[in-house]
Design a protein around this ligand. Structure first.
Ligand code: FAD
Length: 537
């Protein structure tokens, strides 16, 4: 084994004995499927050039793990579509070959990486941190195993604009529990420091890793495409066996998501540029109007890492400076930047409270003291968009059809499930992960616990959104409702936005005579009272 291979497991500044064979280094891609401002990739390439090392890259397709995480088919498809593009860019821009290997479980991943390192005399692996519980366990286990063989495993913070644990209270090193002071400190930290974008230099020497013949792998663009497609179709078949997902037309959902989200880093960057040039300027007002599609719709790209969050921040900041100079203060742009901060906030929270990954409530007492419902009929009505509450049903049908839901509607539907129906938030959290193209543990868990009033800095339990008045305010012309519930196209908005009027009209037949649509399954006023009583208790 070379001298490099005997270095300490986390020492990045190790001298390398270049008199022996040039060392081999490996970039392990996970949720960072891009080449620009990829912290681990840049560090590895720089180091490789200093050490005269060759570089290769690997990505593991992990269907069992995705199933365990309830990863949606549309997200797996997005990853599968991104990989060949990443492989092409790595090769043409950095001279690195990407190998994609099928590896069902996490345990398999550890074995595969260890074998790969030993067979190829790889002495250093670099990757970007993942913050979910079993990913952390996997990395710890791997790190120990590799260290025994003297192989370095270096991880970098890359997923956030400011990494977890960096924004702490002024009087010590504890985590902010409330978003507003977190945000102030986050903004201040960014104002006084320079954000580094990490660009990887091309490497001199590419290396095609050898894999045991027993492994399923691909290392050319065409093979990556066909392996990803095969894996996707197997994954789809597995999901189709899940009875609770039978109401989803997966092919139609895939088609829509493919149209809406072209894959790859360039597509993501173009979307960012278009948003910063235009919609960001009205964001503060239009972000709450679902039918406008006026938010960035970058979450699907941020979730799989095909765009850097720092680039998002820097572009927004540059737009601010262009408009207002160095002291720029634009409400629309600030509001969008604050949404990026929510994403960082929930990652800070997750790292602080690893119990969240085990689906524990942040306010743990709500796990035992709230008498959550598990009524399967109620839950099914919510999943299928048949609650009789137009905004909730339109939002759920949009999610089922497209794999995306607008932020305001995520709050409305989540509150309806957890407050009006008092159903355990974990069921909704899981269902969202199964459908969303941007499904992301930290943000999804944060959003659900916010809505269920079980999280840190969550909605106060007595502030329960009325889905009818939410529709009146945010979909006043019922354009969104009527897009997803075409059966209601002839019902006047004044009825759709008012629960009492809707019940009366349904009772007498009236305008609903020929319409196949259910009456609201609960009365909001009384459901609200029950929920408040349950939380008070
Ligand atoms: P924009 O409004 O353009 O915001 C820009 C970016 O900021 C987003 O892409 C996202 O990365 C981040 N962001 C915006 N709002 C939030 C927020 N409230 N919390 C955390 N980050 C935010 N977001 C996910 O990325 N994945 C999820 O699985 C997810 N689940 C959610 C579940 C619930 C119940 C709720 C209430 C919110 C959830 N969110 C989730 C947050 C938010 O709804 C989405 O990030 C947003 O709708 C994505 O659309 P966009 O990219 O157009 O957002």
């Amino acid at each position: 084994m070379s001298k490099t291979a005997q270095t300490a497991a986390t020492d990045t500044d190790t001298d390398t004995d270049t008199s022996k064979n040039p060392p081999h280094y490996l970039m392990w891609f996970r949720r960072d499927l891009r080449i620009h401002d990829n912290t681990a990739l840049a560090a590895l390439c720089e180091r490789a050039n200093e050490d005269n090392a060759s570089v290769s890259a690997v990505f593991f397709l992990t269907p069992e793990q995705w199933q365990a995480h309830d990863t949606s088919l549309v997200q797996v498809d997005h990853i599968a579509r991104t990989l060949p593009i990443l492989a092409k860019e790595l090769q043409s821009q950095l001279n690195i070959t990407l190998t994609v290997q099928l590896c069902s479980s996490f345990a398999d991943c550890i074995d595969a990486l260890t074998t790969l390192c030993n067979d190829n005399e790889i002495s250093c692996i670099m990757a970007n941190h993942e913050y979910e519980g079993n990913e952390i366990d996997r990395d710890e286990q791997l790190s120990k195993q590799l260290a025994k063989d003297g192989i370095e495993f270096v991880r970098w913070h890359d997923q956030c604009i400011l990494p977890p644990k960096t924004i702490t209270t002024n009087d010590g090193d504890s985590m902010y529990k409330v978003f507003t002071p977190f945000y102030k400190k986050w903004r201040h930290t960014l104002d006084v420091s320079t954000i580094q974008m990490h660009e990887a230099p091309a490497v001199d020497s590419d290396y095609k890793i050898k894999l045991p013949s027993s492994q399923t792998f691909a290392n050319t663009i065409d093979k990556i495409k066909s392996l990803s497609e095969k894996m996707l179709s197997d994954y789809q078949q597995t999901l189709e066996k899940n009875e609770s997902l039978q109401h989803i037309d997966m092919i139609a959902q895939l088609d829509r998501a493919r149209d809406a989200y072209p894959a790859g880093e360039s597509a993501a960057c173009q979307r960012l540029e278009a948003f910063v040039d235009d919609d960001i300027n009205n964001y503060d007002v239009s972000r709450d109007v679902p039918h406008l599609h006026a938010t960035s719709q970058l979450s699907a790209y941020l979730t799989i890492g095909s765009i850097s969050p720092r680039l998002c921040y820097l572009q927004a900041n540059a737009a601010q400076e262009k408009l207002h100079g160095n002291d720029g203060d634009n409400e629309d742009i600030n509001r969008w930047i604050s949404e990026l901060a929510w994403r960082d906030f929930y990652r800070h929270v997750l790292v602080e409270k690893p119990n969240l990954i085990r689906h524990k409530a942040y306010k743990e007492e709500t796990d035992t003291k709230i008498n959550w419902s598990y009524d399967t009929d109620d839950f099914e009505a919510w999943c299928t968009g048949m609650t009789g509450v137009p905004l909730v049903d339109a939002a759920m049908r949009c999610l089922n059809a497209t794999g995306f839901m607008h932020n305001r509607l995520r709050m409305v539907t989540a509150m309806f499930l957890t407050k009006d129906l008092l159903i355990d938030w974990r069921l909704g959290e899981r269902y969202f992960m199964q459908q969303l193209i941007d499904g992301d543990f930290a943000s999804n868990n944060g959003g659900w616990q916010w809505s269920a009033s079980t999280g840190t800095d969550s909605a106060p339990y007595f502030r329960i959104m009325n889905p009818f008045s939410q529709a009146n305010t945010h979909d006043s012309k019922a354009l969104f409702i009527k897009t997803w519930l075409p059966e209601l196209k002839d019902i006047p908005n004044s009825i759709l936005h008012n629960e009492d009027k809707m019940r009366k009209e349904l009772a007498k037949g009236g305008k609903f005579a020929d319409v196949d649509y259910p009456a609201p399954m609960v009365e909001h006023k009384s459901a609200r009272k029950l929920a408040i009583a349950e939380f008070k208790k």
